[in-house]
Design a binder for this molecule. Structure first.
Ligand SMILES: Cc1cc2nc3c(=O)[nH]c(=O)nc-3n(C[C@H](O)[C@H](O)[C@H](O)COP(=O)(O)OP(=O)(O)OC[C@H]3O[C@@H](n4cnc5c(N)ncnc54)[C@H](O)[C@@H]3O)c2cc1C
Ligand code: SF4
Length: 495
């Protein structure tokens, strides 16, 4: 342990952020990294626990505690403290395919399970990760390292989100020849066309893709497997196929008036924005603009928050975020103790910005939409909301949120964004390959396996696990790579 008293001597310090009213003027990332000296102090705060919960990635009560990649966090915290950045990078790369992405967008499951956080502030793990990977690029350590030997095996990966990319990276390093097929015009999946630019600037993805290309991975964009390219041909041309198509069926709000103009799924809104931003700095008129509009976001989660932040950057007249569930407490409750994921109130960047611009938190809790109202031109002009209260279902014992009679209210709305989650895989892809799906329409496999019912076809990421997180997608990508490698070679040395 580098600095036994580090956690006593130093306070947790995180990067400064550009103030909300300034940062909403553009779509750039808004964290100002700590100085190298300060980051090293943050590394010194790690207690290097004998049993490090931060890297456990275990499930407790259905929620993840610690890093699903089992990143060697105490090791690299110590190496950061000692300024041994090269070795810190070597240890980080051992378990993590894309620290440049996770250190920007991960909710830091590690920090929630940090022992320092049990009785104070957790170690600043995520920003240590960020400092290591950015240093590695600066110093040239993250440059391409193509494999020395090729195995002659060909693998097709469908989908270029974090899961498909992690599988591609691992299998290519192992010497297999990997082609990634992507139906969009750019690579990255939801990293590119879901998560907004202010959370993850898109040059960060392009930088990594360039390295992967130099290492030999082939990317075929604008290629929709199951539509432009037949599944049967893919199965004939490749030794193995990995489905990494995500969970892209958005959950709808099926209430009267849904057909009105001006109601969009969140991802369509976010994707159009990023595409127009990258293609023309928002001058091509192809984004869905919230400028001057009263925006209603249905869904209080992270995607809803991204819609709030994006609408504010467009210059919306107002933004309201509807959340079905009750407001969470400020502190952990006794039935949610460490190291469980803390079920506490989080005010994310978009909500902070709404508070700065409009003077109040945009979230309304225990509320949903009962009806969309439209004007004479068929455009949405208002939403009718209704309050919800928890009620126990006598048969199942489950708590459901049910409408409260007489609690209806009308809110003005010119733009409605539905951010109510996603429902499993897309049928045209699963039908094309003949793979079985489970009750949640995720592609079915045996537990802890990634092999589908169809010979040579594997599945990974959100398409397998259901809607999740980037860190889980990367973990799944690395795991499927091991199983595929084993099936092709009869053994595997991938970790
Ligand atoms: C708006 C939004 C914000 C999010 N923010 C965060 C965040 O901040 N942090 C976090 O950890 N997670 C976040 N997530 C979740 C995270 O992005 C996903 O869990 C993760 O991207 C899943 O990775 P994946 O590789 O399984 O699938 P995806 O990223 O969904 O990628 C699947 C890819 O497959 C392609 N594809 C599908 N079908 C075909 C086909 N037939 N042929 C060719 N290509 C095909 C798709 O175009 C897509 O590019 C967010 C999700 C959304 C929607
Ligand atoms: S990937 Fe996420 S959980 Fe894992 S170390 Fe990084 S920030 Fe923590």
């Amino acid at each position: 342990m580098g600095k036994p008293t580090g956690f006593l001597e130093y306070e947790r310090k995180t990067s400064e952020t550009i103030p909300p009213k300034e940062r909403i003027k553009n779509f750039q990332e808004f964290h100002i990294p700590l100085s190298e000296a300060e980051q090293r102090k943050q590394g010194a705060r790690c207690m290097e626990c004998g049993v490090p919960f931060c890297q456990s990635g275990m499930m407790i009560k259905g929620m993840t505690s610690g890093c699903p990649l089992h990143n060697l966090i105490p090791e690299w915290n110590d190496l950061v403290y000692h300024g041994n950045w090269r070795q810190a990078y070597n240890r980080l790369k051992k378990t993590s395919s894309f620290p440049e992405f996770t250190s920007r967008v991960c909710p830091a499951l590690c920090e929630a399970a940090c022992t320092c956080g049990l009785n104070g502030q957790p170690t600043n793990v995520k920003e240590n990760e960020h400092a290591i990977i950015e240093k590695a690029y600066e110093e040239g350590w993250a440059a391409a390292k193509p494999p020395q030997i090729r195995t002659g095996k060909k693998i097709a990966i469908i989908g270029s989100g974090p899961s498909g990319l992690a599988a591609a990276d691992q299998l290519n390093k192992r010497g297999h020849s990997v082609t990634v097929f992507e139906r969009e015009d750019r690579v990255g999946g939801l990293l590119m066309y879901g998560i907004p630019n202010m959370k993850l600037e898109k040059w960060v993805i392009d930088r990594k893709i360039k390295v992967m290309e130099e290492e030999g991975v082939l990317f075929m964009t604008n290629t929709n497997i199951g539509k432009d390219y037949r599944a049967a041909k893919l199965l004939k041309d490749y030794d193995c196929v990995i489905l990494a198509c995500g969970a892209s069926n958005p959950r709808d709000i099926k209430v009267p008036g849904r057909e009105a103009d001006g109601i969009y799924f969140a991802v369509d809104f976010l994707k159009a924005n990023t595409k127009s931003l990258l293609n023309s700095n928002l001058t091509d008129g192809k984004n869905i603009s919230a400028k001057g509009k009263h925006v209603i976001v249905i869904g209080g989660g992270d995607t809803g928050n991204d819609c709030v932040g994006t609408s504010i950057r467009h210059g919306c007249a107002s933004v309201t975020q509807l959340e079905m569930m009750p407001k969470l407490p400020e502190q952990r409750t006794p039935d949610n103790s460490w190291p469980e994921w803390p079920r506490v109130l989080k005010t994310d960047y978009g909500q902070e910005e709404a508070i700065a611009v409009f003077g109040s938190d945009p979230r309304i809790y225990q509320t949903t939409v009962k009806e969309f109202k439209k004007d004479k031109d068929g455009k949405v002009c208002a939403v009718v909301t209704v309050k919800l209260e928890p009620k126990k279902d006598e048969k199942t014992g489950r708590m459901n949120m049910v409408p409260v009679a007489g609690s209806e209210k009308e809110l003005p709305a010119d733009l409605v964004l539905i951010a109510a989650g996603f429902l499993g895989s897309q049928k045209y892809v699963t039908d094309a390959f003949g793979v079985e799906v489970n009750a949640r329409t995720n592609v079915a496999t045996a537990p802890d396996s990634y092999k589908t019912n169809v010979d040579k076809v594997f599945v990974t990421g959100d398409m397998h696990r259901g809607q999740s997180l980037v860190v889980w997608a990367v973990r799944e990508g690395r795991e499927v790579a091991k199983e595929v490698d084993f099936s092709l070679m009869g053994y595997t040395n991938l970790t």
